[in-house]
Design a protein around this ligand. Structure first.
Ligand code: NAP
Length: 325
């Protein structure tokens, strides 16, 4: 571990952070970390030498399974993203080490923008008018419904789901959310737990998935769930690809039960060229771009929390590994 000389005679041990990401990405994070926290000794897994005993903190998204447990003195692990499924996919994650996820208002706001955009695209029938334009047809007879007549349902009323619900409510949609515990969000109907999932789905015209990917939620967007939505419902998955059974979605659309879908996340990313999702006329595909963590903001977030740990203060946004989020 490096020794840093402070002004005066006092010497303190520098803290070491290991960045566990593909080496080709590392510069994105090392540059702002070094600038924001010059006393932090930043090492990159796969590029730099390090003594496992010397690592105090890790910053990662999808570490190699079993790797984090080889670092015996970890004080905290920081996730580069809002979701921690890539970290908890490691069955050997050292559960005594606090896992801190990235929570950032700008990131949540961009996610909410994506939801608003795609709800409006569907609600205002934009794809229909795009086709009409391509055919030079003046299709004025078919008008969108009023927002209050369209019921939006959000699976997951957490950091992002709540903000998306508020933005959609403010536009005038009839918004409800489904979560583990009941929520109190002004103007947003709250459904909680398995027992209320059916009632939530049956009142939902546009369903947005903003759940974390956990053992309980993997594959939740499946044929059984789609069957509980009203005919012509529309599905937006912006959470994780693992939530969706892609074949069930295509079958529900092709049978005429669902009217279409917008997908930002996929079981395999990048989405393989052979995937039928690319060319399905009722599916919009975006390449996991709804919101991306900004390295500078994340570096500041991590540096602030390391300082807190070193001062003996409690951490926020800690994930419960048993719950998975
Ligand atoms: P969060 O704050 O942890 O919120 C999760 C919500 O889901 C909570 O309301 C929680 O209920 C609910 N929930 C979890 N498991 C549940 C279950 N089994 N039954 C019912 N409700 C359940 O998560 P977030 O930060 O809003 O993130 C949402 C999702 O967005 C994550 O999957 C994340 O990976 C994804 N994401 C995607 C992108 C992208 O670019 N596409 C970018 C950022 C984030 P309680 O509140 O009652 O516990």
């Amino acid at each position: 571990m490096a020794i840093v000389r402070e002004s005066g005679e006092r010497a303190t041990m520098a803290k070491t952070l290991l960045l566990v990401v593909p080496v080709s990405w590392a510069g994105l994070w090392t540059a702002p970390l070094t600038e924001i926290a010059p006393d932090l000794d930043v090492r990159v897994h796969g590029r730099d030498e390090f003594d496992p005993q010397s690592i105090d903190y890790a910053l990662t998204f999808r570490p190699p399974p079993g790797f984090l447990k080889t670092l015996p003195n970890l004080k905290a692990v920081f996730s580069l993203g809002a979701g921690v499924d890539g970290i908890l996919a490691d069955p050997d994650y050292p559960r005594h080490v606090p896992l801190v996820r990235f929570v950032d208002r700008t990131l949540s706001s961009e996610m909410a923008q994506y939801c608003v955009l795609h709800v409006l695209m569907h609600h205002r029938m934009q794809r229909f008018f795009d086709r009409a334009q391509a055919e030079r047809k003046w299709r004025q007879a078919l008008l969108p419904k009023r927002a209050a007549q369209t019921r939006v349902g959000i699976l997951g009323l957490g950091e992002i789901g709540t903000l998306a619900a508020e933005r959609l409510r403010d536009i005038g949609f009839a918004v409800a959310g489904w979560s583990h515990a009941r929520k109190n969000v002004r103007g947003v109907e709250s459904f909680a737990g398995e027992a209320e999932l059916g009632a939530f789905l049956s009142r939902t015209d546009i369903l947005i998935c903003l759940l974390p990917l956990t053992p309980d939620t993997r594959g939740i967007l499946n044929a059984k769930l789609f069957a509980q939505l009203p005919k012509d419902a529309f599905v937006i998955n912006v959470a994780r690809g693992g939530h969706l059974v892609e074949d069930d979605l295509i079958a529900a659309i092709d049978s005429g039960h669902l009217s279409g879908a917008t997908l930002d996340v996929f079981n395999t990313e990048p989405l393989p060229e052979t995937s039928p999702l690319w060319t399905h006329p009722k599916i919009t595909v975006t390449p996991h771009i709804a919101a991306i963590s900004e390295p500078r903001v994340a570096a500041q977030y991590v540096a602030d929390r390391i300082a807190r740990v070193e001062r003996g203060e409690p951490l926020d946004n800690i994930v419960d590994p048993a719950r998975g989020y």
